[in-house]
Design a protein around this ligand. Structure first.
Ligand SMILES: Cc1cc2nc3c(=O)[nH]c(=O)nc-3n(C[C@H](O)[C@H](O)[C@H](O)COP(=O)(O)OP(=O)(O)OC[C@H]3O[C@@H](n4cnc5c(N)ncnc54)[C@H](O)[C@@H]3O)c2cc1C
Length: 301
């Protein structure tokens, strides 16, 4: 309680918007999960740094949240602070260089680039992520990833040139160390508007054909030299349901949640898939999604 009081006092002093006892399910695409103690909504890099420093000083746990398109939040919620990047907005272009604040949606960045006759990142348009989340996860598809187009990243503890970002498959130094991405600067290519628009439409239709609609986090498991979806499908797990969570009939690496679903059902289904795939195929699956908060013993993986 003392920690919470210190945090709200700090937010009041800095004029940073915050909310207490926040329903996390409203902030992630699965639409599941309990309450977080407090959400901060900084609008500037300075506000992020001040909040982070205070949280560290107080010793409070904290989680940096983008669009919540790759998180599974415990039904018991999150005991700590959430720094939401949703108000960190702004995009600028200079020549072939585009800089976007971390709270910008990837699809908006692609559109902004397009209006400036810049492209290269059209493949990212269908990923429902923020810039910060995409950089932290090194999001990608169609054999390309965000890191390929990054020039440098400004984080809350300094500037990272591309080579220092620790980009790997769904990996970065920001995700590993919980460092907040404030903005990302992309190296783009000059393109013809129509050509680039055509690419966006092409990638969108590929997604529509391959991926199910509904509440999901995209691919649950990493593709580590094999397609996790194919392995799961080969174990006859398509359509497998536990409570409010079901393995998609369209793409077996997607778990869909019912409206008002439970994270516990999703985590139990994940556990069941991992066990079945290991027993039947000898393959160990690893999650791409990020767990937030404590999961009950029976759900732990
Ligand atoms: C329908 C659907 C399709 C998808 N398709 C793809 C795909 O093709 N390719 C792909 O790679 N992913 C895909 N995803 C997964 C997801 O969109 C990506 O992982 C995305 O990068 C997550 O971004 P986010 O802003 O939602 O981050 P969140 O889900 O909010 O957070 C994910 C991680 O990033 C960290 N993070 C978020 N913002 C910041 C920040 N500013 N600084 C530091 N760390 C931060 C969080 O702490 C967390 O560890 C898909 C998801 C859905 C629902």
């Amino acid at each position: 309680m003392e920690v919470r009081k210190a945090l709200t006092e700090l937010a009041d002093t800095l004029g940073v918007k915050y909310e207490e006892n926040v329903d996390f399910s409203r902030h992630c695409l699965y639409g599941t999960g309990g309450n977080a103690d407090i959400f901060f909504y900084p609008k500037t890099a300075e506000e992020v740094k001040a909040i982070e420093n205070a949280l560290k000083e107080i010793g409070s746990d904290y989680f940096i949240l983008g669009a919540g398109s790759n998180v599974l939040v415990s039904d018991n919620g999150y005991r700590g602070a959430v720094i939401s990047t949703e108000m960190l907005k702004g995009i600028t272009v200079k020549g072939k260089i585009l800089t976007a604040m971390s709270g910008e949606k990837l699809s908006d960045v692609v559109k902004y680039a397009l209006y400036n006759s810049l492209g290269g990142i059209e493949f990212l348009s269908g990923i429902p992520a923020t810039v910060g989340g995409a950089v932290a996860m090194n999001a990608g598809c169609f054999n390309k990833c965000v890191g390929d187009y990054i020039s440098y990243v400004v984080a809350s503890d300094g500037v990272y040139t591309k080579n220092n970002c620790g980009f790997g498959y769904r990996e970065s130094v920001f995700k590993d160390k919980g460092i907040c991405v404030l903005s990302a600067t992309f190296n783009l290519e000059n393109v013809e508007y129509e050509q680039s628009e055509g690419k966006v439409a092409y990638y969108t239709s590929l997604r529509r054909n391959r991926q199910p609609k509904g509440r999901s986090c995209g691919s649950v498991f990493k593709n580590e030299g094999f397609f996790a979806g194919k392995v799961i499908e080969s174990c006859n797990l398509k359509g497998m349901r536990i409570g409010s969570a079901v393995v998609s009939e369209k793409h077996a690496n997607f778990i869909l949640a019912d409206k008002n679903g439970k994270s516990g059902d999703i985590s139990r289904l994940i556990k069941h898939i991992k066990k079945t795939v290991y027993e039947k195929c000898g393959v160990e699956l690893h999650e791409e999604l990020i767990y937030v908060g404590e999961f009950d013993d029976e759900d732990q993986l």
